[in-house]
Design a protein around this ligand. Structure first.
Ligand code: FES
Ligand SMILES: [Fe+2]
Length: 399
């Protein structure tokens, strides 16, 4: 009798030795004071994805994005020479938030309070009765933020002098991301929802497959088959703070005829756009972005902390060109509807997890070997939090 070997890879002893197997403290997943440390140790000094280049396609385009984890709002502009710039969305006169709209096309921004007016390069170009001030205009530019682009994704870094460029930060993943369909995208479908849970708890739900067969019994393709009942990945990768996995494909997905029809339509347009259908990569970019490189779902999820127990999830499916036929429109809507189904199934368990942890009943939680990506995220977060605490102590500052 043939014994079929599992098609998923066991996590190697070397990986487990490096990443650990001990219980993980529960406090970082619900304590407000831990989140305060994360703001400083992570969100104010890492490269954070804030949008995509296709959102500001032409000179004069701009967008404004909230960034609660750093208590700020970010203005991203495209200047007349096509460059992308980022600023704190704050008027340098007396600090009023400068731009109210979330996006548009404008090369000048006028403060609603006293009409100081800035160019999309950040310069103060006019200010009423400016002779009565005691400062030069060139000292009143908008506070600039480091910004760079990889695979179309716009990243910012609030550190005044980031210790690494975006390319250095992404390391070998920079090249891999550049080859993804997202890099060519000109449009996307988006769904934004808030979860009453910590950002790490929210993220972890999307980096383990242990829950798929229990929470997503309807999404047949995602759930496992006889060879791999939990649908575990084929491979894991660890790239400094970042992670990757190669997703297992169920050779005999349990899908309804309607799902088959919808997937077929999506595949048809994905192929027309020149995307590959065989890519199965998942990239977890530290701290709060993950990208699916699968061509059927050129997907990203941005997991944005709002408070210690509230998170905004931004999910996107990227496309090339407009949905200019009924068939293409249907294919895109069907792909998004599938994503919505899966996310609505996840949301309730993520929130239940937060309620349980916030009771304080548990001192620790447990990750098994196939939850190694969750453990890796915790390790990366905690290393930075501990380093930040040491840095503050060395400076004699309070924690
Ligand atoms: S605060 Fe902006 S012009 Fe006064
Ligand atoms: Fe899920």
């Amino acid at each position: 009798m043939n014994v079929s070997t599992p098609k998923f890879a066991p996590v190697s002893k070397d990986v487990l030795a490096a990443i650990g197997t001990d219980p993980v403290p529960a406090g970082p997943y619900y304590q407000p004071e831990y989140f305060e440390l994360e703001r400083e140790a992570i969100f104010k000094r890492s490269w954070i994805q804030i949008g995509h280049a296709c959102e500001i396609p032409e000179p004069g385009s701009f967008m404004v994005r909230p960034f609660e984890a750093a208590n700020t709002s970010i203005l991203v502009t495209r200047t007349k020479d096509g460059a992308i710039k980022a600023f704190h969305n704050v008027c340098t006169h007396r600090g009023t938030q400068l731009v109210d709209e979330t996006s548009g096309t404008r090369s000048r921004f006028s403060c609603p309070y006293h009409a100081w007016t800035f160019s999309n390069e950040g310069d103060l170009v006019s200010a009423p009765d400016f002779e009565q001030f005691y400062v030069d205009k060139n000292q009143c530019s908008l506070p600039a933020i480091a910004v760079d682009v990889c695979a179309g994704f716009i990243f910012i870094n609030l550190d005044k002098s980031p210790s690494q460029s975006l390319e250095e930060y992404l390391g070998p993943l920079a090249g891999e991301l550049a080859g993804l369909p997202h890099a060519e995208a000109t449009a996307f479908s988006e769904y934004v929802y808030e979860v009453a849970a910590n950002w790490k708890l929210t993220y972890d739900n999307f980096q383990e497959n242990y829950h798929l067969r229990f929470i997503h019994p309807r999404s047949g393709e995602a759930a496992g088959g006889p060879e791999n009942p939990f649908g575990y990945p084929v491979k894991y990768g660890f790239h400094d703070p970042h992670r990757s996995q190669t997703i297992w494909s169920n050779p005999k997905p349990r899908i309804t005829p309607f799902q088959g029809f919808a997937f077929g339509k999506t595949a048809q347009f994905v192929l027309q756009d020149g995307f590959r259908l065989d890519a199965k990569e998942y990239f977890g970019i530290f701290p709060n972005l993950f990208i699916l490189g699968t061509a059927m779902t050129p997907f990203s999820q941005f997991i944005q902390p709002i408070t210690h127990n509230r998170t905004r999830s931004v999910i996107r499916l990227y496309w090339i060109g407009e949905d200019d036929s009924a068939s293409k429109r249907f294919a895109r809507e069907a792909a998004m509807a599938t994503a919505l189904d899966i996310h609505s199934e996840d949301r309730a368990v993520i929130e239940a997890g937060q309620r349980g942890l916030a009771s304080g009943a548990l001192s620790h939680i447990h990750f098994m070997s196939q939850e190694v990506l969750c453990r890796h995220l915790f390790n990366q977060v905690n290393q930075r939090v501990e380093a930040f605490k040491a840095e503050r102590l060395a400076r004699g500052g309070a924690l």
